[in-house]
Design a protein around this ligand. Structure first.
Ligand SMILES: Nc1nc2c(ncn2[C@@H]2O[C@H](COP(=O)(O)OP(=O)(O)OP(=O)(O)O)[C@@H](O)[C@H]2O)c(=O)[nH]1
Ligand SMILES: [Mg+2]
Ligand SMILES: [Zn+2]
Length: 404
């Protein structure tokens, strides 16, 4: 009796899911011929970035009747996923919804999931497991309580796109670099629309100053500039994501590299060079060069998220290196004698605005971390749960150790 009831609810839920999904009626947005696949034909998951590093974690889920699938678009509670059968729709199992109260633990674009198909000839199904993430691109969600909003998962290289027009702003780029260093992905700065700029090399040098150890490439999709440097990053199996302000030219870069219009683009506003928020959700594409690329919507203002892993300070290694030469170990770089940081500001080696931004970021993230700790403590009081899992910074160090 109970079984019949469960089966009924399951079928009802499934029917509802499918009718809602049909309404959305999206085009296939992948550069893979998933729509022309013949019966019994299967996709090679390696083209989507699958490989040995995922197989072990997948086996450890110990789930029966599941196949690996990758989330390629996030439509709120429904996901577009690609598995060996091609592209389909998926929803998170009721059990996982219950076990994962934090929205940031729900599937995000780029995630590898364990998919159980509805039937032997369908591509749609239910997600019963999510593999641990190798990196997490995230920001702070809107709202007074600090919480994490996922932008993309399992990204190897994060392209920070900033246009060389009136909207160009080094301080904003610094914030994007903090996000990148917090994520576990390797950052690369793309200075886009180089055709609009008299001297792109000047901006490349300026950007290099605030992005120690990060490659900076000037590109123009219109004039096909910087293609070779960019294509060198597009190795098969790699996952690359685009982020940056609205109108920076992210989707244009994707189309340029894909060699066709896979993503919609739109003119920016006259006057302030701001974008119109054309891309509205994150989507993943396979490029002809073999890499997987994730396009994301531009953000109005980037609110940083930090889990306390401390990765963010890697965005300011120049200041941290200077600080090592301060006379006092606990120097706050204000008015202390023998402060190497203040000396560098005086000599012009370090821009004061960069030091200000470093301080501002530190304050912002410390404040956020203390609020987050308070929230976790309160949560533990009510749920009786143990300490939260390790932060990204620690995860990345762990990954580094494993690769050594
Ligand atoms: N001159 C010039 N214009 C460009 C270049 N790349 C993009 N654009 C223009 O910039 C505008 C915005 O481009 P999009 O690619 O839609 O920008 P986006 O970053 O995806 O914006 P959102 O989806 O809103 O986040 C469009 O009008 C593009 O034609 C370029 O290399 N040179
Ligand atoms: Mg876009
Ligand atoms: Zn100092």
């Amino acid at each position: 009796m109970l079984f019949a009831r469960v089966l009924f609810l399951y079928l009802l839920g499934k029917k509802q899911l499918i009718s809602e999904l049909e309404e959305i009626n999206l085009n296939s947005n992948l550069n893979l011929n998933v729509n022309t696949m013949k019966a019994n034909e299967t996709l090679d998951m390696n083209t989507l970035g699958w490989g040995q590093r995922w197989e072990k974690d997948f086996a450890e889920l110990k789930l029966a009747d599941v196949e690996p699938a990758r989330v390629v678009a996030d439509h709120g509670h429904k996901y577009r996923v690609i598995s060996k059968r091609g592209e389909g729709w998926a929803e998170l199992s009721g059990r996982l919804q219950h076990e994962l109260p934090d929205r940031s633990d729900h599937p995000a674009v780029g995630d590898w999931v364990a998919l159980r198909y509805f039937s032997i000839d369908e591509k749609d199904g239910i997600i019963h497991g999510i593999l641990p993430r190798s990196s997490r691109i995230s920001r702070r969600a809107a709202g007074s309580v600090p919480s994490e909003q996922m932008i993309a998962a399992n990204v190897d290289v994060l392209l920070l796109v900033a246009a060389l027009n009136l909207d160009f702003n080094l301080r904003r780029l610094e914030r994007y670099l903090v996000m990148a260093w917090n994520s576990g992905a390797s950052p690369v700065v793309l200075l886009s629309k180089a055709d609009l700029c008299e001297d792109p090399e000047h901006f490349v040098r300026e950007t290099e100053q605030i992005a120690p150890g990060v490659p900076v490439i000037a590109v123009s999709a219109i004039e096909d500039l910087g293609r070779a440097e960019l294509e060198a990053l597009l190795q098969p199996g790699m996952t690359i994501a685009l982020t940056g302000s609205s109108g920076a030219g992210k989707s244009t870069i994707l189309n340029w590299l894909a060699g066709e219009e896979v993503q919609l683009t739109q003119g920016i506003r006259e006057g302030d060079s701001r974008g119109r928020h054309t891309t509205t959700h994150r989507e993943m594409f396979v490029l002809p060069q073999g890499a997987v690329m994730i396009d994301t919507p531009g953000m109005r203002e980037l609110q940083l998220w930090d889990d306390g892993g401390g990765g963010w300070s890697e965005a300011f290694t120049d200041i941290e290196e200077l600080a090592l030469q301060c006379r006092f170990g606990d120097c706050r770089h204000e008015r202390e004698a023998g402060c190497a940081v203040q000396e560098a500001v005086k000599s012009g080696e370090l821009d004061r605005k960069r030091l200000d931004n470093y301080r501002k970021t530190e304050r912002e993230l410390k404040f956020q971390a203390s609020k987050e700790r308070l929230r976790q403590r309160n949560d533990r009081k009510t749920t009786g749960k143990k300490e939260a899992p390790r932060g990204k910074g620690e995860q990345r160090r762990q990954l580094g150790r494993e690769l050594e």
